[in-house]
Design a protein around this ligand. Structure first.
Ligand SMILES: Nc1ncnc2c1ncn2[C@@H]1O[C@H](COP(=O)(O)OP(=O)(O)O)[C@@H](O)[C@H]1O
Ligand SMILES: [Mg+2]
Length: 212
């Protein structure tokens, strides 16, 4: 079983959206996926409440119970667990990172996001250093901000996903209905970007997991 944690010490970077995108993407690729929501705001759980489809299952979990929840998922033959963590609660992010095979840090091309990435990296290091990758999220359609952000993140020594998620209206519209962009507007650019990012992350997690 793979466990992927979405971590960022800044709110609004796209953790929850990417967690749901990954879980649905894995299911569309024929794997079973569960989302464990350890954010007290329970945004992923509320998305699950709005969702008509019965999968991926979204469960709320407390950081102290995360290990147990992962054991249960593994015993039930789940292929992928995606852990959605809160911003600013280092202990929760630490526990999620400790128990994961890969940590994903979403980052918008904004200085307020970029400058918190080293803190998120430190949390991962403290957790025992599972592999960590960053994903550029909500990038503008034009201009050099995305590439400048990529360079800044690479300067922090972090692997950055070669695919980028643009700022797309379909993303917000989809989650409002308990969907992700790939379901809400399958032919959209947002859906294509999500598929590329999800495929890259799942491949990365699988390769790195088999190397450990
Ligand atoms: N690529 C994107 N395009 C448009 N809106 C986005 C995108 N990614 C996230 N959002 C929106 O930004 C807000 C914050 O995203 P969210 O996933 O809740 O961040 P976090 O979990 O890190 O706080 C939400 O309203 C979400 O719909
Ligand atoms: Mg969130």
């Amino acid at each position: 079983m793979l466990a992927i944690a979405l971590v960022a010490q800044k709110g609004g970077t796209g953790k929850t959206t990417l967690a749901l995108t990954l879980a649905v993407g894995a299911e569309q690729a024929g794997r079973t996926a569960v989302v464990l929501d350890i954010d007290p705001q329970a945004t992923a759980c509320k998305w699950g409440d709005r969702r008509e489809a019965s999968t991926p299952v979204v469960l709320d979990a407390q950081p102290a119970r995360l290990g147990r929840a992962l054991e249960t998922a593994a015993a039930q033959g789940v292929d992928l667990v995606v852990i959605d963590t809160p911003a600013r609660l280092e202990t929760a992010a630490l526990e999620a990172a400790r128990l994961s095979s890969l940590v994903v840090i979403p980052c918008r091309p904004l200085i307020f996001d970029i400058e918190t990435v080293p803190t998120s990296q430190q949390v991962v290091t403290l957790a025992g250093g599972p592999p960590v990758v960053a994903v550029l999220n909500a990038t503008p359609p034009r201009g050099r901000r995305a590439e400048q952000t990529r360079t800044a993140l690479e300067d922090f020594g972090i692997v950055v996903c070669p695919h980028t998620l643009g700022q797309r209206a379909a993303v917000g519209d989809a989650v409002a209905m308990g969907l992700v962009a790939a379901e809400f507007a399958p032919a959209s650019v947002a859906a294509a970007e999500a598929r590329d990012v999800a495929h890259w992350i799942l491949t990365e997690a699988t390769c790195r997991n088999s190397r450990t």
